[in-house]
Every structure is written in C-alpha cells, then in structure tokens.
Design a protein around this ligand. Structure first.
Ligand code: SAM
Ligand code: SF4
Length: 497
C-alpha cells in the first residue's frame, strides 16, 4: 500500500515546482501525495523566508502538526515530519533544537538526496534526526528522477518549469542569494525534454521559473561538429553555446501543442534585446510581464543595490511596448525601505502613474536577518503602513481600470480548473487576469474565447460563444482537440453553459 505524503507549500511558484519534484523523488520509496495531513506517513513543510516572521509562522505550524504525529504514534505507526525550503536553509539545526518532533531538515539544494536522508532517519532502531542544508557542488537537476505526469501540485493544463535558480545580485533587502545560493541555469536540452514531457502529459501553458529567470544563460549543444586539434589527431566535438532566455523561449515555442509561454520573476537589468524582441514576434509568449522595480526613487534603488535607475525602468517599458503594444505589466514594490523619505515615496507614486500597471504586489519593507539593509536605521511602522495604503490604492485603481477595459471584448481563456460556483470553470486571459465562465467540465484544458461581461476587483467574468461546432465545442475554441478525439466528443446538446 502506498505511503501517504502530505506536502504543504508556502511562498513562490518555485516552491510549488520543488514540492512536485520532492514527490517525484519520494515516489520510488512508495510515497504518494495526499491532500490532508491526517494519517500521513510523512509531512513536509516547504517554506518561504522572504518576508515577515517567516520562521515564527513555521514554528507555530509545526506546533499544530504535532497532534497528527502523536495520533500516528498512539495508533502504533510512525509519521516523519520534515521542514524544507528557505526557512530550513536559514534556520538549519535550530529547527531540530526548537521542535523536537521534527525528524528532518533540508534546504532547496539538497532535496534530490531525500531517499538517503529518509533511509538514514528510518533505518535504525534508535531515533535519528538530520539536517542537510549544504550547497552541494553537484546540481540537483542532474540527479532528480524524470518528473511524473501526476506529481503533486504541478500538473494540468498550466504548469511551472524551473529553468534557473539562485541569484548573484545581492539586493540589500533580500535573503534569496543566501537561501537559494549562486545563480545556476539548466542546460537547454534538459529543459526541452521536460517541457515536451509536460505537453505530452496535457500541459498547454508553461511558466518558466527562476529567482532571476531572465538572467538565464544555459548551455546548448548546437550539434554542429567542430574540429579540434589535439596533438596530431583531429576529433569532432559538439560545440556548446550559451543561450539567453529569449533564444530558449523561441525554441520552446516550436513544441507542438504548447500554446502559451510565460516567465517569472525577472530583473530589469537582464531585459536584453533578444528577450524584448521575443515579446514582439513569438505569438506563444503571452503579453504579460512581471517586472519588479521595487521603488521609483533613484536614491532608494541605489541603496537597494538594484543597479538601475527609475528612468532605465521607464525606457525598458517603452521598448517592451514598442515590441508588443498590448503588453500588460505587473511589478513588486517595497515601501519604507531604510532611509526612504516622503520625496522618495512620491517618486514611486509617480513611476506607477507613468507606467500604468495591470496588477502589482506591494510590501512593507521587512528586515531580513543577515542582509545589509537590516542593520540600517528603520522607517517607523506607522509610516510604512500609511505609504503602503496609498500605493495600494493607486495600484488597485489601475488594476480596476485595466480590467474594466476588457469588458465587451472576446479574450482567449485557458480553462485550468473548476470555478467556485457549480457549473463554473476558471482560467486566465493572456494578460493573467483570472476569468470565470459557465462551461461544461469537459472543456478543462481547452483554450476558449470568452466574451467578457463584467470586471470585478481581481477577476473578470463572461460567457462562451453560444453556437457550437460540429464536434460540439464552442464555435470560438482556440485549441482544436486531436482529430481522433474530436469524433468521440459528444454533441453539446445542452448548449454552452
Ligand atoms: N528576483 C526578483 C527581483 O529581482 O525583483 C524578486 C524576487 S523576491 C523572491 C520577490 C519579492 O519579494 C521582491 O520583488 C520584493 O518586492 C519582495 N521582497 C524581498 N525581500 C523583501 C523584504 N526584505 N521586505 C519586503 N519585501 C521583500
Ligand atoms: Fe533577491 Fe531578486 Fe535582488 Fe536576487 S535580484 S537579490 S532574488 S530581489
């Protein structure tokens, strides 16, 4: 019987991808993902350390999970409790000290070793507890097993694919370079293989992930034999070249059946010409970009070690819009960074007004232990709160007017999951807007055109084209089902919902 594995994922999409890969690594040991911690044989908390009291939240969740472990023990069984991710990396052994019921702590770069770690923890009579937060010289990507089509949490029409990890930029507020380690790009061939398998398993949209995804510079075997003289002998070699993200996206867009590509998260410094050009001429690359700017003040940007100014950001946006006029932009903002004055904050509001964002995330600065900015004199919390409220009001108004402008338009929507209401499906527009529509469940995974009727603060709702084609699909279906499937599709006698 399969052992039950419950993984709780916090934070970014990269953690969602990692959690699915942890499930893949543990599958040969007989573990299968479940949706509840009750009765689990192993629980993994895959944690995030980016902001506010992250460690404390993990310790209190560990306190709540103790009950499940005790229940298992009382029933004569054993549950393993593990902490993974960036809090594990930052706290390491401290977690074992403070939470005696935790068995295993491992960081984002060591989860390919899970089978050995689990073996060590379970293999002896005496209780063994372990922490492995090293940065191994080997890349985990070279050692992970092939992903399984139904690995926990990263399956379906829209999936994540990690292409790059770590960061060498060392922004003065950020823990990522310390928890995820140095920048690493996966080779092109590995990424192509994984993307092709994802499409075969039903993916229609892939979001390429990296802490700094547009810094991607992966090795590509060109397959062009080159002659290299070694002494008297001449031997053929395959030339290895490095590709940037723009080139990789062009190659991925060639995969049959892959209709949508996105990437996140990007740094303005790495928006090179090739990537900007790809936005103009790769139709599968969606017209939406999350490009964090953090602040509109040059003084603050310099103190953050961002290495670009506010006008550089404005120019990048201009070039992106020249390449793809309808591109929708999103960003991250930090308010109340140490030393931020009212004037600096006004510069952020003015950048937001100039650019116009379709959506954005904004945060109060949170001092992260071990980062340079944590030691600087801090802005009062009340000031941070006031600035955050002002910024969010402006961003919210921009998002609302962007959504309003969609009303009355037909938008292609990839139906990704059931909606909250019965008979409803939910998906995303090309511009990342959540769209709800009444539709039969068999349209899951299809790209359909939806006429947008209403804009809500964070989403849109609309209707399918009422007329149907001979195969029963709504007349405005972007993705045709494969020919042999189409003939089996029952007719939509009830008409579209
Ligand atoms: N690599 C991306 C970039 O260069 O902008 C950002 C990745 S970071 C994981 C996600 C976001 O968390 C950042 O853009 C920033 O706005 C926010 N963030 C990171 N550290 C923070 C801190 N100490 N306080 C508040 N927000 C923070
Ligand atoms: Fe963190 Fe992004 Fe800066 Fe890297 S570039 S240090 S991930 S904010």
């Amino acid at each position: 019987m399969a052992k039950k594995l419950f993984i709780k994922t916090y934070g970014c999409q990269m953690n969602v991808y990692d959690s699915a890969r942890m499930a893949d690594v543990l599958a040969p040991l007989g573990y299968a993902p479940v949706d509840s911690p009750s009765g689990a044989d192993m629980i993994i908390l895959n944690t995030c350390h980016i902001r506010e009291k992250a460690s404390e939240k993990v310790f209190s969740e560990l306190g709540r999970l103790r009950r499940f472990k005790d229940e298992r023990q009382a029933a004569g069984g054993r549950m393993l409790l593990a902490v993974a991710g960036c809090v594990a990396q930052a706290e390491g052994e401290e977690i074992l000290k403070r939470a005696p019921h935790v068995d295993l702590v491992f960081g984002p770069q060591t989860y390919h070793r899970l089978p050995e770690l689990v073996e060590q923890v379970t293999g002896s009579e005496a209780r063994t507890r372990l922490s492995d937060t090293s940065f191994p010289t080997e890349s985990k990507f070279d050692l992970l097993p092939e992903e399984r089509a139904h690995g926990g949490g990263n399956q379906g029409p829209s999936v994540f694919l990690s292409v790059q990890e770590g960061c060498d930029k060392f922004c003065s507020f950020c823990v990522v370079p310390y928890t995820r380690g140095a920048e690493y790009s996966r080779p092109v061939a590995d990424i192509m293989g994984e993307a092709e398998r994802m499409v075969t398993a039903g993916a229609v949209e892939i979001t390429l992930l990296g802490q700094n995804v547009n810094a991607y510079h992966g090795k590509a075997e060109t397959g062009v034999p080159a002659s290299t003289k070694t002494g008297a002998k001449t031997r053929a070699k395959t030339r290895a070249k490095t590709w940037g993200l723009g080139r990789l996206i062009r190659q991925l867009a060639e995969i049959d059946g892959l209709h949508r590509l996105r990437y996140t998260t990007s740094h303005p410094l790495d928006m090179d010409d090739e990537l900007i050009a790809a936005h103009g001429d790769v139709p599968a690359l969606m017209p939406f970009l999350h490009l964090p700017v953090q602040s509109g003040s040059d003084r603050v940007l310099s103190a953050m070690n961002r290495r670009h100014g506010a006008d550089d950001y404005r120019r990048i946006v201009e070039r992106l819009r020249a390449a793809r006029p309808d591109i929708a932009l999103s960003s991250d903002f930090i308010v109340g960074f140490p030393g931020e004055t009212q004037q600096d904050f006004a510069a952020t509001l003015s950048l937001v007004t100039d650019v116009g964002f379709a959506q954005a995330y904004s945060f109060k600065y949170s001092p992260r232990p071990g980062t340079p900015a944590a030691n600087l004199p801090q802005v009062a919390d009340a000031v941070k709160a006031e600035r955050l409220a002002m910024l969010q009001q402006l961003l919210g108004a921009q998002q609302a007017s962007f959504n309003e402008a969609s009303v009355g338009r037909w938008l292609p929507v990839l139906l990704e999951r059931e909606g909250r209401l019965p008979g409803q499906m939910a998906g995303r527009s090309p511009y990342m807007q959540a769209v709800h529509v009444k539709a039969p469940a068999r349209l899951l995974g299809k790209l359909v055109e939806v006429r947008i009727d209403k804009a809500h603060p964070n989403s849109l709702s609309g209707q399918l084209e009422p007329t149907t084609r001979r195969d029963g699909m709504p007349a405005r279906t972007v993705l045709d089902p494969p020919a042999q499937e189409a003939s089996k599709t029952p007719s939509l006698s009830e008409g579209p919902a």
